[in-house]
Design a protein around this ligand. Structure first.
Ligand code: PGA
Length: 256
């Protein structure tokens, strides 16, 4: 089954509205040659930067994502963001359960699950992040950790729901460290995730789910990673903060 490549830039807590606008003004020229049929290019700015970016990418092949979403429609949830607020700005994708949310802000598989359901109900494409810590990898617990995250984070989803979800595999030890998983190790883990999704939702759904790799993906390793059978793109942190490095990564990822 051929799955369309998806490269998403996770800007994390970087870029003011003015800085974000400048970045995408440059980026949209650099990626203008990338056919929409070949790859989904997504940028996920901080909430306060989304509106400026939305305006700047109008008419381009760049799509808009957010870094979180709350499960309630509105209410007393200081510091959180609701679906309607993102929808109004033209957001189409939402990153959910990033390891930084899990590590620093108490996100659990149960809250991930609530956010995923809210995102689906509002018509967004959730990018659901999973990944093991270094000591879990070294202790031989990677598969168990991923299984628990997938089972908990995707609990109660229908096959139809799952057909709309993107999964991002991000080994925590590779995020922002410069230590990328080798293509072989990443592929082995992506294959495990794929088999788990096949078991949970049936092969016809599991084989169609796009699984991104994340963790120090850059222009010079993107091609080799995305060439793997079960790696369908990337969730990019550091290399997404500059138009030239992000554009080079996108081009290399889709190069024949
Ligand atoms: P990185 O971050 O590319 O800087 O390693 C990836 C991520 O956390 O999504």
């Amino acid at each position: 089954m051929s799955r369309k490549v998806i490269i998403a830039g996770n800007w994390k807590m970087n870029k003011t509205a003015a800085e974000g606008k400048a970045l995408v003004e440059e980026l949209k020229k650099l990626v203008a040659d990338v056919p929409v049929a070949k790859a989904d290019i997504v940028v996920c700015p901080p909430f306060t930067t989304i509106a400026a970016v939305a305006e700047a990418i109008k008419g381009s092949n760049i799509r808009l994502g957010a870094q979180n979403i709350h499960w309630a429609a509105n209410g007393a949830f200081t510091g959180e963001i609701a679906a309607d607020m993102l929808k109004e700005l033209g957001v189409e994708y939402v990153i959910i359960g990033h390891s930084e949310r899990r590590q620093y802000f108490g996100e659990t598989d149960a809250t991930v699950n609530q956010r995923v359901k809210a995102a689906l109900a509002a018509g967004f494409t959730p990018i659901v992040c999973v990944g093991e810590m270094l000591e879990e990898r070294e202790g031989g617990r990677t598969e168990k950790v991923l299984f628990t995250q997938l089972e908990g984070g995707l609990a109660g989803l229908t096959k139809e729901d799952m057909g709309k979800v993107v999964v991002a595999y991000e080994p925590v030890w590779a995020i922002g460290t410069g230590k990328t998983a080798t293509p072989e190790l990443a592929e082995e883990t992506h294959n495990y995730i794929r088999q788990t999704l096949n078991d949970m939702f049936g092969k016809e759904i599991g084989e169609g789910v796009r699984i991104q790799y994340g963790g120090s993906m850059k222009a010079d390793n993107a091609k080799e990673l995305v060439a793997q059978r079960n790696i369908d793109g990337g969730l990019i942190g550091g290399a997404a903060l500059k138009a030239d490095s992000f554009s080079a990564l996108v081009h290399n990822a889709i190069a024949e």
